[in-house]
Design a protein around this ligand. Structure first.
Ligand SMILES: [Zn+2]
Ligand SMILES: [Zn+2]
Length: 179
């Protein structure tokens, strides 16, 4: 059986011979005769639940997407616009990145779900800031800071922010992962 996500928590389960039954996961329904006439929790419902749990198809509320950096298939919130990034390409707090524009090495504090066009920086947004010209206004925003020169070991970003160390907001695409 092959499971195909249709969106809105509905899935087609294609069985041998090419017939397809449609499962509505949240409602717990299936269009197969077994379910329709006897109201049983049929094998198609079970199969969709197994595939969702295993991460093979998007869960209700998620959609298929391609990572904007590495191109790997991933899942995104159903209402999250592109670009989206896979977990590997979402820099974790403490990750070391390079600014593609200036070559500076920075430490990531947080990757926000907010988009560049929605995050204010002074009189601008991250998207309209002159230094970010050419980057996608819908890109995710990454907060990062400049580590102190000669500081060892790698600073803990959260603690530095609590201490009032200034952070800077970048469109995700401007930062290159290092290591
Ligand atoms: Zn069924
Ligand atoms: Zn990726």
């Amino acid at each position: 059986m092959a499971v195909v996500a249709l969106g809105d928590g509905r899935y087609d389960v294609v069985v041998r011979g090419g017939a397809a039954y449609t499962v509505a996961l949240d409602a717990g329904t299936c269009t197969c005769p077994d379910h329709a006439y006897r109201g049983r929790r049929c094998k198609h419902l079970r199969r969709v639940a197994i595939d969702v749990t295993a991460g093979r198809v998007p869960a209700p509320g998620e959609r298929d997407a391609a990572c904007a950096d590495c191109g790997a298939p991933t899942f995104a919130d159903a209402d999250a616009p592109d670009p989206v990034y896979c977990d590997d390409c979402t820099p974790d707090p403490g990750a070391v990145v390079r600014d593609r524009e200036r070559g500076d090495v920075l430490v990531v504090v947080e990757t926000l779900s907010a988009r560049a066009r929605d995050v204010a920086v002074g009189d601008h947004t991250v998207a309209t800031h002159p230094t970010n010209d050419g980057y996608d206004p819908a890109d995710a925003v990454v907060e990062a800071l400049y580590p102190r020169r000669n500081s060892t070991p790698t600073p803990e970003p959260e603690r530095l922010r609590e201490r009032g160390v200034r952070t800077y907001a970048f469109p995700r695409g401007r930062l290159e992962r290092l290591g």
